[in-house]
Design a protein around this ligand. Structure first.
Ligand SMILES: Nc1ncnc2c1ncn2[C@@H]1O[C@H](COP(=O)(O)OP(=O)(O)OP(=O)(O)O)[C@@H](O)[C@H]1O
Ligand SMILES: [Mg+2]
Length: 418
C-alpha cells in the first residue's frame, strides 16, 4: 500500500498529538457523564435516542444506529472501515473546507469462514487482520466509522401518526415491533425522520439490528485498538457516496448495486432518500465455490485463479463459462429487484444502474447488466469527488481499488459530515 509523502507525515505527526488528546479528553468526559462503558452505551443509550436532524441534502448521513462517543470536532481526517466477508478495507480521507483528499487506503483478505452470514464467527482472526492493516497503512487516526449489513438488520420505511414529536419515538418503536423477527430485547433500534407529511403524519425510516451481531463488530474494532464512533449501514454508505458523486434529478431514481463476496446489496435512491433496499445472500463466494468444485481445487486456489484470470483475460474455458453463468445470474437478480421495486412502489422510476463491489470487476459486467436490465449501467467511480496526490497514487491503482473502496469511502464521507 502506498505511503504518505514525508511532508504530510510530518504535518500529521505535528497535529495529531493535540487532536488525539483533545478527543480522548472529550471521550473520557462523555464516558464519565454517562457513567457507563462504551459497549453498554453502544447497545442501549443511543438506541433510545432518536436522530432529530432535518431531512435535507445528505440527510441520511445523519442517520446512524450508534453515535456512541459523539462529536468528531477537531479531527482532520476521517476513517471508514468495512469488514466484509472476504476482506477488510480501511480508507482515510482528509477534509479541507469542502475538499476531500485521499490519505490512505488498505485492504487485507480474510480467511474463509471468518465471517458467515455477515456475522463474525472468528473474532480473533478479524482482530488480528485489522491490526495488520492498521500497521500496514500506519493509521494514526483511530476514530472510525463502520457499517453492517445482512439478515440481522431490519430496515423499514413507515408513516406514523403522532400528536407530537415526543410521542413519535414510542409510536415508531411500537409499530416497528410487529416487523421484528427477533424479540425486542435482542435488538438495537433507531429511526430517522424523512419528511413531515402533514400536521399528524411523519415519514420515517426505521432500523433495527441484532445486538449480538452489533456487539461482535464493536468488540473486534475496539480490541484491535480502534474507536468505533459511528455504526452505519452498507446501504446508507452507498447512498452517501452517490449523493456526493452523482448529482441527480429528484424525479428519477438510481439503482446502486454492491456485489460482494456473499451479497448483492441494492439501494434505490431518489430525491436524497433510499426509497428501497434489498440484500440477497449470493455473491463472489458462490462462483469461487463452483470453480473449486469443478476443478477440484482448494477455495484459496479457486479464488486466485478467478481473480488473476479475470484481470489478465486468460481464464481457462471452464472457469470463463462459470463466470459468464454467474454474471448472468447476478444480472438477473438485479433485474428482479428493480422489477419488484417498480411493481410495488409508486416512487420515481429507475433510470440507471451504478455497480460496485468486488464482483463488479467481472470482465464486461456492466454490459451484461445493461443488456439484462435494459437500463444504462456503469461501474461507479467513488473517487469522483476525491483529490489525490499523483506521486502517491496512480489512476490505475485507484481504478483497481474503486469497486472495493466504495463503502469505506461512503463511511468516511459520512463521518466527515457529522
Ligand atoms: N476482477 C474480479 N472478477 C471477479 N470477481 C472479483 C474480482 N475482484 C474481486 N472479485 C470478487 O469480489 C468479492 C469481494 O468483493 P468485496 O470486497 O466487495 O466483498 P466483501 O465486502 O468482502 O463481501 P460482502 O460485502 O458480501 O460481505 C470476492 O468474491 C472476489 O472473488
Ligand atoms: Mg462488502
Amino acid at each position: 500500500m502506498a505511503n504518505l509523502p514525508p511532508k504530510l507525515q510530518d504535518f500529521l505527526k505535528s497535529q495529531f498529538p493535540l487532536v488525539l488528546s483533545t478527543l480522548d479528553k472529550l471521550n473520557q468526559l462523555k464516558t464519565k457523564k454517562s457513567n457507563t462503558t462504551p459497549e453498554k452505551e453502544s447497545t442501549v443509550v443511543k438506541a433510545l435516542a432518536p436522530t432529530q436532524s432535518k431531512a435535507s441534502f445528505f440527510n441520511l448521513i445523519k442517520f446512524k444506529i450508534i453515535d456512541a462517543l459523539g462529536s468528531y470536532s477537531g479531527s482532520k481526517t476521517f476513517v471508514g472501515i468495512s469488514i466484509g466477508t472476504s476482506s477488510i478495507k480501511i480508507i482515510e480521507l482528509r477534509k479541507t473546507g469542502k475538499i476531500w483528499h485521499l490519505v490512505h487506503f488498505g485492504v487485507v483478505n480474510l480467511p474463509e469462514d471468518v465471517i458467515v452470514n455477515r456475522e463474525i464467527v472468528n473474532p480473533v482472526a478479524v482482530i488480528e487482520n485489522i491490526k495488520v492493516l492498521v500497521n500496514q497503512i500506519k493509521l494514526k487516526n483511530k476514530d472510525v466509522c463502520t457499517s453492517l449489513s445482512g439478515t440481522s438488520l431490519i430496515i423499514k420505511r413507515m408513516t406514523v401518526s403522532s400528536a407530537n414529536k415526543k410521542e413519535l419515538q414510542d409510536q415508531v418503536f411500537w409499530e416497528a415491533e410487529q416487523y421484528l423477527p427477533f424479540d425486542v430485547s435482542e435488538v438495537v433500534m433507531d429511526f430517522h425522520i424523512l419528511s413531515q407529511l402533514n400536521d399528524k403524519e411523519t415519514d420515517v425510516i426505521f432500523v433495527a439490528v441484532k445486538k449480538s451481531v452489533l456487539d461482535g463488530y464493536m468488540k473486534c474494532l475496539s480490541d484491535a485498538g480502534l474507536k468505533p464512533k459511528i455504526v452505519d449501514l452498507d446501504f446508507f454508505a452507498l447512498q452517501n457516496l452517490v449523493e456526493a458523486n452523482y448529482p441527480m434529478d429528484p424525479s428519477e431514481a438510481i439503482a446502486v448495486v454492491d456485489i460482494g463476496a456473499s451479497s448483492i446489496k441494492v439501494v434505490i435512491t431518489s430525491g436524497g432518500i433510499p426509497v428501497f433496499t434489498k440484500d440477497t445472500g449470493i455473491g463472489g463466494k458462490n462462483l469461487t465455490s463452483e470453480i473449486q468444485r469443478n476443478l477440484n481445487l482448494t477455495f484459496a486456489d479457486a479464488e486466485s485463479l478467478k481473480i488473476s484470470g479475470a484481470s489478465s483475460g486468460a481464464l481457462p474455458q471452464e472457469v470463463g463459462d462459470l463466470m459468464q453463468n454467474m454474471a448472468d445470474n447476478l444480472a438477473m437478480e438485479i433485474k428482479k429487484t428493480i422489477d419488484f421495486y417498480h411493481a410495488s412502489s409508486s416512487g420515481a422510476p429507475v433510470t440507471s444502474v451504478l455497480l460496485t463491489g468486488g464482483c463488479a470487476g467481472i470482465p464486461g459486467f456492466s454490459k451484461i447488466v445493461e443488456d439484462t436490465v435494459s437500463l444504462p449501467s456503469q461501474l461507479m467511480n467513488p473517487f469522483n469527488v476525491i483529490s489525490y496526490d499523483p506521486s502517491v497514487f496512480t489512476p490505475e491503482y485507484l481504478n483497481a481499488i474503486a469497486p472495493i473502496a466504495s463503502i469505506p469511502i461512503g463511511l468516511a464521507l459520512r463521518a466527515g459530515a457529522s
